[in-house]
Design a protein around this ligand. Structure first.
Ligand SMILES: [Zn+2]
Length: 326
């Protein structure tokens, strides 16, 4: 089934009704989109990293922009702003727990024409997980994102830590979900330095000139770096390809019910953002230079706290909706 990609001209109609590319996408100084690739996910194909068996649908000079682990409003908003300024589109592999913590942000991403996909419920490493637990992570992830979105989503999946397990790959095939690995790693979680992220991405692209690029829209380094990276992609003649699904994801009723219940509980709490959890650590750096350190000094209210739940550590950071977008 891996050959089932339909190549659509930029701005052309799509079977699932993707919005047309904005007029500014044809401006000489904007990246825009070179084309839209419609993916038939029947049989659970694997895309990216050809050496590992993934199907490559990109031509020389073509990239796909992907953002994992969000949404996290301050940084996701900055990413959306940078993408909008270039009239270009990306795919967001959202974590279910993040999605239910901020359904409005999920809808905002989709409303701007980006593809909304899943990255499990809690960013669990599926390798080594019992089959039923892995199924729960996959299915609740899809249901959580879809329920937060309030609409069907793409049957696109990315394994946390880029670590697939054979059993999960087989399971996704039965569910007609396409898996996307990566070709270019921004390594944005390792640094708070936007220039370092830009250099990492451009260096890899200089060699291979194409590929699926991994960013995280929970990382301040990517939020800061993206405008400059997009400028450079344009200058270097690279082109952005947008991936969209032929059919939407078919979620399972029992997981939809679980996700709906969780969202309802968060809404009833009247401050759903306060209990949001990050499931992957943000890049470390000088605490005095962190945005939340500045706001904390200004006396932020306690309810604006959010919990960062890293793999083996916990840290509490304040939550600011509009930090990067004045
Ligand atoms: Zn991730």
């Amino acid at each position: 089934m891996v050959g089932c990609v339909c190549l659509l001209l930029c701005g052309g109609p799509t079977a699932h009704g993707a919005p047309p590319v904005e007029a500014c996408a044809t401006s000489a100084d904007k990246l825009g989109l070179s084309r839209i690739v419609e993916v038939d996910t029947a049989g659970g194909p694997l895309f990216g990293r050809v050496a590992s068996g993934g199907y490559d649908f990109l031509a020389d000079g073509e990239v796909v922009l992907t953002f994992d682990d969000g949404p996290l409003r301050p940084y996701t908003r900055a990413v959306l702003k940078a993408l909008a300024q270039h009239c270009t589109k990306a795919t967001f592999f959202m974590v279910g727990r993040m999605a239910v913590a901020d359904p409005a942000m999920v809808r905002e991403v989709a409303s701007q024409g980006h593809t909304v996909a899943s990255h499990t419920w809690s960013h669990a490493k599926l390798q080594g997980l019992a089959a039923d637990k892995a199924k729960d992570e996959i299915e609740l992830g899809f249901s959580a994102v879809a329920q937060a979105l309030g609409a069907p989503m793409a049957p696109f999946f990315r394994f946390p830590y880029l670590r697939p397990s054979p059993a999960s790959v087989d399971y996704l095939k039965t569910r007609n979900v396409a898996s996307f690995t990566i070709d270019v790693d921004s390594r944005d979680f390792r640094t708070r330095d936007a220039a370092a992220v830009e250099k990492t991405v451009l260096t890899q692209l200089a060699g291979r000139r194409k590929g699926i690029i991994l960013f995280h829209d929970i990382q301040p380094s990517t939020a800061h770096a993206l405008p400059s990276i997009l400028e450079e992609l344009k200058k270097r003649g690279l082109k952005v390809v947008h991936i969209v699904p032929k059919e939407t994801a078919a979620t399972l009723a029992e997981y939809d019910a679980q996700a709906a219940k969780i969202i309802a509980q968060k809404m009833a709490a009247k401050d759903p953002l306060a209990s949001r959890a990050l499931t992957w650590p943000q890049s470390s750096g000088d605490p005095e230079r962190l945005p939340w350190a500045v706001h904390k000094a200004a006396g932020a209210p306690a309810q604006q706290q959010a919990t960062t739940e890293a793999t083996n550590k916990r840290a509490t950071v304040p939550w600011y909706k509009q930090w990067l977008v004045p």
